[in-house]
Design a protein around this ligand. Structure first.
Ligand code: ATP
Ligand code: MG
Length: 396
């Protein structure tokens, strides 16, 4: 049940722990506990942020999950409570609004303690109405790795009513936890077991149900030799391009490995798969059933390999046609598919390989043009998405 904020008027000392909690971990909990003990706080309110001003919102896990994880983590502790106020609020979450709302439930003499890590404290001066905030709350600042200049203090001056909370520095961060999960590594004992279980149940933070070696192993056993070699070539080239252009290497690798996972199917199987996944059999498939494999491939990537990430799925889905306004990973897979080392040589291949490492859009334009020319030479119908892709890149 949601914490009833009206209870706050009974207390003299209240702690607030704000954060994205993506996910909540023992660093947060130990900090809240240290603050509670030292300052005799009656309650520490954990408030998962809605859309935070300082973090990229689209990479953030749904507020519902972050709130649920907080609830699981604090369960059974009578001094800890969770509030949905920020995730339920429209627009960007500003601490100043949260503090005003909380204050409105508190008694006159109640004191508020905002518990923050040194990393967050360093950002304080950029907060909305920063000058007003210290009138509403005190701060308890926790040591945080990287912001620990020997004293555990951030280099930016703290507000005058900030105190350093003396507690052992716990080298746990949500970023590290997400990274470990992405790489199929254990996160046990970094966060409460119930939260670990929740993460696994909802498949949070993983890019795919299988690790890269598992996917490779599967491909080696199930693709034709030729297709497997091509796939590994795309993987190699795409990985290199992702490093050059700063794309997410793990996402790019998964997209590269799975881009052709449906290509060895016979036409009849492909059409059956269209039925199974509810893919509308487009008119154009009649002429070129090969155009269905990227769409089916994306479905299989999601269904069989547990890929949930839309960037990966779209890179698979559009790797043959391209489309308007392609993402970086889509471009990389599209180009890598054409220039990977095991490709049969064609006239411009070496030149495109060179260009790809210097100007990806330029390489993409050349590849699209040559593909369009090829389709035309075969008297086949051009897919409108390829035309749209080229037009977009050429700015017309
Ligand atoms: P991310 O890695 O995604 O930034 P995080 O682990 O820093 O996540 P947040 O939700 O950003 O967690 O943190 C909420 C608050 O808790 C912040 O004030 C942060 O500084 C503090 N905090 C997080 N981890 C620790 C820790 N291990 N020790 C002390 N304070 C922490
Ligand atoms: Mg942080």
């Amino acid at each position: 049940m949601e914490y009833d904020l009206r209870n706050l008027n009974k207390f003299d000392r209240i702690g607030i722990m704000g954060g994205t909690f993506d996910p909540i971990h023992f660093g947060h909990l130990a900090a809240a506990e240290a603050a509670r003990e030292k300052y005799g706080l009656s309650v520490v309110l954990f408030i998962p942020s809605g859309i935070p001003p300082h973090k990229e919102a689209n990479s953030l896990t749904d507020g519902k999950h972050r709130y649920n994880m907080v609830r699981l983590a604090i369960r059974g502790n009578p001094h800890f409570a969770a509030s949905r106020m920020e995730i339920d609020r429209d627009g960007v979450s500003y601490t100043i609004d949260t503090l005003r709302e909380i204050r409105s439930f508190m008694s006159e003499k109640g004191r508020l303690y905002f518990i923050i890590g040194a990393d967050t404290a360093a950002l304080l001066p950029s907060w909305k109405e920063f000058e007003v905030i210290p009138e509403l709350t005190d701060f308890l600042v926790l040591p945080r790795h990287g912001y620990d200049t020997g004293s555990g203090l951030p280099e930016t001056p703290l507000p005058k009513n900030a105190e350093i909370l003396d507690m052992p520095l716990l080298e746990i961060s949500a970023t590290d936890i997400r990274e470990r999960i992405k790489n199929h590594k254990s996160v046990n004992y970094l966060l409460p077991a119930a939260v670990v279980k929740y993460i696994h149940t909802f498949g949070l933070y993983v890019l795919s149900g299988q690790s890269l070696p598992e996917i490779m192993d599967y491909l080696e056993k199930n693709l034709s030799k030729k297709r497997y070699l091509h796939t590994m070539g795309v993987y190699e080239t795409a990985s290199k391009l992702s490093r050059i252009y700063g794309a997410d290497e793990k996402k790019t690798a998964i997209a590269a490995l799975l881009h052709d996972c449906a290509k060895d199917m016979l036409p009849a199987e492909t059409l059956k798969a269209c039925d199974k996944y509810g893919v509308k059999s487009q008119e154009i498939f009649k002429e070129s059933v090969g155009l269905a494999h990227p769409i089916i491939g994306a479905k299989i990537a999601a269904d069989k390999f547990g890929v949930r990430d839309h960037e990966i799925l779209n890179a698979i889905k559009y790797h043959t046609t391209g489309r308007k306004n392609m993402t970086l990973i889509e471009k990389i897979i599209y180009v890598a598919d054409r220039i990977e080392p095991y490709r049969e040589p064609f006239t411009e291949l070496d030149r495109i390989r060179e260009i790809a490492e210097i100007n990806l859009d330029q390489a993409l334009i050349i590849v699209l043009k040559s593909k369009i020319a090829y389709v035309k030479s075969q008297n086949k119908r051009l897919h409108p998405l390829s035309v749209a892709a080229l037009r977009f890149l050429q700015g017309n």
